[in-house]
Design a protein around this ligand. Structure first.
Ligand SMILES: [Cu+2]
Length: 545
């Protein structure tokens, strides 16, 4: 009897959380079922180096990407993906893959309605595809997983890898489409290959929101993000400018992820093929998800940030492959109030207090934390209540100066917000996220097939999509943003508020969302954002018609 069946039987019997494959690692792998984020999300890959001290490194400020030219209302950016050396752990030099050679990549600052173009040059040894996550992007600039920038000299190997994938599919043993015969060359209906570089065009006809960009190569997103291909992107608009929110050096972008390091201080990841040619995916012990034991914020381990005793706006992004967080801000025994003002898709109608911030992979939270009641010298630890050991802490703030705070949190944040209603939905579809036999993660029982679409919603309509799940699956829709309509038959959780593009579905949970299809026709993805699940086929197309 396979491990898969054993786990399913266990889950059915327990009716709750799950045991991860391989090493069971306390709270990282076994959560209580009723918390905002519950269930297993992966297996810890322990570092072979001594873990760095906590709260020693300064919080890095990620540089903003500057356009190389602006013409006709379009800002043009140039980015080179390349390997580079980074100082992450004290005493070690770590090779990363970065946009412009840095991890995280440079932050994109953009304006709603002002188009940007980004030319990406690929100097890495592997193909890449870049997705602007949260962007209302035309299909051909959405970073489709088989729409690849192929570096110089890779063609022969990429052909071999693609043929090999087709051969495995034909044999019914691999990820992706099932088909009856082995083709002689990569199918041009599946693969779109750009030599060395290409330009992505983003109209950004959308609300102010915290986006991010990352790799999306089919079968290899997990290792390619792990090596560093992630960055933040903010869209801003007049409505947001008008609010008197904390800004400038009182607005902090915090990109949170976990990583694991080998004895030489290099990033380690359990790929089936460490060269990332073929096959994709991870060793079976890690197929539930890869967790690191070093927590990084903006690329630094457990950093510290010195702050004034004022309000700060924190733009939180969980850029981890598989790790979930539940963040609190602790000053001694006391927990600071957290005010959420925005979600994945921009500002909420009104601010709301949250006791903690539960973040599954790819989710963003826009929050205000108020340090004004704290005496100078107070230390505030950002704790992760669902992480064990070192993963139980993320970073630290130290209040080191007194300043006058002139910012406010308005009672009404977003007057243009439209609340979707169940009666707006013209149809209902169900997407079931589930492990299949053969260690393949599936959507509606099928592994990802680039040629098939599970749904054909009409542009300009709203549909109710029901996500069901056997595990923790952070479900992400490209192009179309949604509002959570119900969770497990009841009301959404408080942290489900606002426009979103990613929602965590807990084990045997049901989440209904009202999805609005705006912007563009074409083929887009709905997929699990646990990157190991994604790489092991938990993706599907929908085509907006
Ligand atoms: Cu998943």
């Amino acid at each position: 009897m396979s491990r898969t069946v054993n786990r399913r039987q266990f889950l059915t019997a327990a009716g709750i959380g799950a045991v991860a494959a391989g090493t069971v690692t306390g709270c990282d792998s076994l959560f209580t079922p009723k918390g905002p984020v519950s269930g297993a999300t992966g297996t810890v890959m322990s570092s072979a180096v001594e873990l760095p001290p906590r709260f020693d490194a300064e919080l890095p400020k990620v540089p903003v990407l500057e356009p190389v030219r602006s013409a006709g209302g379009v800002d043009h950016y140039e980015v080179t993906q390349r390997a580079a050396d980074a100082q992450i752990l004290p005493g070690f030099t770590t090779q990363i893959w970065g946009y412009n050679g840095i991890f995280p990549g440079p932050t994109i600052e953009a304006r709603s309605g002002r188009q940007i173009e980004v030319t990406i040059h690929n100097e890495l040894p592997v193909p890449t595809s870049t997705h602007l996550h949260g962007g209302v992007n035309p299909h051909d600039s959405d970073g489709y997983p088989t729409d690849l920038i192929v570096p110089d000299g890779y063609d022969k190997r990429v052909d071999a890898a693609m043929l090999s994938m087709h051969a495995r599919q034909a044999a019914g043993t691999g990820n992706g489409p099932q088909q009856g015969r082995v083709p002689q060359k990569p199918d041009p209906q599946v693969w779109s290959l750009h030599p060395d570089s290409r330009t992505y065009r983003y109209p950004l006809e959308q609300r102010a929101a915290p986006l991010w960009y990352h790799d999306h190569r089919m079968d290899f997103s997990g290792p390619q993000l792990w090596r560093g291909l992630v960055g933040s992107a903010f869209v801003r608009d007049e409505e947001e400018d008008f609010l008197d929110l904390a800004a400038g050096d009182k607005e902090l972008s915090l990109l949170i992820c976990d990583r694991s390091f080998d004895a030489d201080g290099q990033l380690q990841y359990p790929s089936k093929d460490p060269q990332l040619h073929d096959p994709g995916g991870v060793k079976s012990a890690y197929m539930d998800g890869v967790l690191g034991d070093v927590l990084l914020v903006n690329g630094a381990p457990w950093p510290v940030k010195r702050v004034a005793n004022t309000k700060y706006r924190l733009r939180l992004l969980n850029a981890s492959n598989a790790r979930v967080y539940q963040l609190t801000f602790r000053a001694g025994n006391r927990e600071l109030p957290i005010t959420q003002i925005g979600s994945d898709g921009g500002l909420l109608v009104a601010p709301q207090r949250l006791p903690s911030i539960p973040m599954s992979p790819a989710e963003r939270f826009d929050v205000v934390v108020d340090f004004s009641a704290l005496p100078v010298g107070t230390e505030v630890v950002v704790a992760n209540s669902v992480g064990s050991g070192p993963a139980g802490q993320v970073m630290k703030f130290v209040v080191d100066r007194a300043e006058t705070d002139t910012t406010t949190i308005p009672d009404r944040l977003c007057r243009s917000y439209r609340r979707l209603d169940r009666k707006d939905a013209v149809g209902v579809r169900t997407f079931d996220f589930r492990l299949s036999t053969g260690d393949i993660w599936t959507v509606n029982g099928e592994p990802f097939d680039p040629r098939e679409s599970l749904a054909t919603p009409k542009l300009g309509t709203v549909e109710l999509w029901r996500f069901t799940s056997d595990f923790n699956h952070p479900v992400h829709t490209h192009l179309a943003h949604f509002q959570v309509h119900s969770r497990d038959g009841g009301k959404p959780n408080r942290h489900d508020a606002g426009w979103k593009d990613t929602v965590n579905v807990t084990p045997y949970g049901v989440v209904e969302v009202l999805v609005e299809f705006t912007g563009f026709r074409g083929k887009y993805l709905v997929h699990c954002h646990n990157l190991e699940h994604e790489d092991m086929a938990m993706m599907a197309n929908f085509t907006v018609v």
